[in-house]
Design a protein. Structure first.
Length: 446
């Protein structure tokens, strides 16, 4: 028995060593960041064998190629249910609450631009270069330059993505052109890179090539065409990696910045139900086995430590980073777990919606809390993907523990005046819509 155990251990270690050897010392990172794409709004099934988890009428062969060569994460979350909080938290590797950047007016983050993902990557290895093209959404002092990007489109907002050029809808094609030029330059100069492409698609107003639109009909024809144009550009990027000979040294990450209304998930953008925060995530790259699914819960602010861990496993992350590295999961067929400084995920949003709300996921349980009505909604996600059953009364100890952690997390991050307003239950009249309740089994407030 001892010799058999030794043999098994040797085989496991051998597999791990083989995976480690396929990871280049200085990998490249191509992050394709989509705007406003629902969890089920790609042609790739987010849950294996479940037709409700994709949109088969959308043509996305290039994303399907990434999925065939990589891992699909079934339980991937945005860092925030809207773009500003999602983008800031991702850049800084922490929750939007800890960062104190929970809405578009946040101007006093709890971390300096010097601690951004690009700046940290270049401190870990000065050979790296970084670029950001597309939608940025934050003004000074939180600019691409301050965040360490060597090339960028500067401070850009939603409106900048509405193209006046019929040959460049949503500026998707010109963003890709700049990405190709950046990659060519880095390869020529011998620099590994982090390239984030924050496409304006699929955020409205919808735009697409006329030739693409001709392929579709029906109410969502323009959205389907815009999605196909986006995928066409993904194909351009993949071919450029091949042309430059860097496919085998590049990690490709595809993710949405927040959720949207979904055919199966409750809620949508701006809300903390699964529809608002669960998003598509597909990753390929060296050492990653193809065609795999992972049910490991991951979140956007994990991307920061993941990239740093691949670039320099020994680099000490800045204080306050709350994400955890996916490296071991990616190199193990999507199996394992992500180790984070905090053992839960938190999301918060309190403007432009009926109920200011915070959500926490810990293990398989998720709790959504309404600050104005002081209601808690507890869900066991593996058995209740649609969040139709509030089990807080059946599991009061779990609900109370999660609520206490949630409140402590929010209180320690956001500014005191905001927290006091939340705790008082007062909700700004300028943001309030007609009163509604989160009735179980209904789409109220969503």
């Amino acid at each position: 028995m001892k010799s058999l155990n030794t043999l098994i251990l040797s085989l496991i270690c051998g597999i791990g060593l083989a995976n480690a050897q396929t990871v280049p010392a200085e990998p490249n990172f191509l992050f394709i960041f989509i705007d406003d794409q629902a969890w089920d709004a790609t042609s790739v099934q987010m849950l294996p064998g479940e037709s409700f988890s994709h949109t088969p009428s959308y043509r996305m062969p290039n994303l399907e190629q990434i999925a065939e060569q990589g891992i699909i994460f079934s339980q991937a979350y945005a860092t925030h249910p809207k773009c500003e909080g999602s983008r800031s938290a991702l850049q800084m590797g922490r929750t939007s609450t800890s960062l104190n950047a929970v809405d578009k007016d946040a101007d006093n983050w709890n971390a300096p631009p010097a601690d951004s993902i690009a700046n940290a990557l270049k401190r870990a290895n000065p050979s790296y270069r970084a670029a950001h093209f597309g939608k940025w959404q934050w003004p000074a002092p939180y600019t691409p330059d301050a965040m360490g990007y060597d090339a960028s489109d500067g401070v850009t907002m939603n409106a900048d993505g509405t193209s006046q050029d019929p040959n460049d809808p949503k500026l998707t094609f010109s963003i890709t052109d700049r990405a190709e030029a950046f990659m060519e330059e880095q390869v020529a100069e011998g620099h590994p890179f982090y390239l984030q492409l924050s496409y304006y698609a699929t955020h409205g107003p919808n735009q697409a090539l006329a030739s693409t639109l001709e392929k579709y009909s029906g109410d969502d024809a323009l959205l389907a065409a815009m999605t196909e144009d986006l995928d066409t550009n993904i194909g351009v990027l993949l071919r450029k990696l091949d042309e430059l000979g860097i496919t085998d040294s590049t990690y490709v990450i595809y993710m949405s910045d927040n959720g949207m209304s979904s055919g199966i998930l409750r809620g949508g953008k701006a809300l903390l139900d699964e529809g608002g925060i669960r998003v598509p995530l597909v990753i390929s790259g060296p050492g990653i086995s193809g065609g795999e699914y992972s049910d490991v819960p991951v979140v956007g602010y994990d991307i920061y430590p993941t990239i740093i861990h691949f670039a320099d496993p020994d680099f000490v992350l800045p204080e306050g980073i709350e994400g955890g590295s996916w490296k071991s999961v990616l190199l193990n067929g999507g199996k394992g777990q992500v180790e984070r400084p905090i053992d839960y995920m938190v999301w918060h949003h309190d403007v432009e919606i009926v109920h200011p709300q915070t959500a926490i996921r810990k293990g398989d349980y998720k709790l959504v809390y309404f600050w104005d009505t002081r209601e808690s909604f507890l869900h066991h996600l593996p058995t209740d993907l649609t969040e139709s059953k509030n089990i807080a009364e059946q599991h009061p100890a779990i609900a109370e523990e999660m609520l206490a952690e949630l409140m402590a997390h929010v209180r320690s991050g956001i500014d005191a005046s905001r927290y006091a307003r939340l705790e008082s239950g007062i909700h700004g009249a300028e943001d309030r819509r007609p009163p509604e309740r989160r009735g179980m089994g209904a789409d109220s407030n969503r």
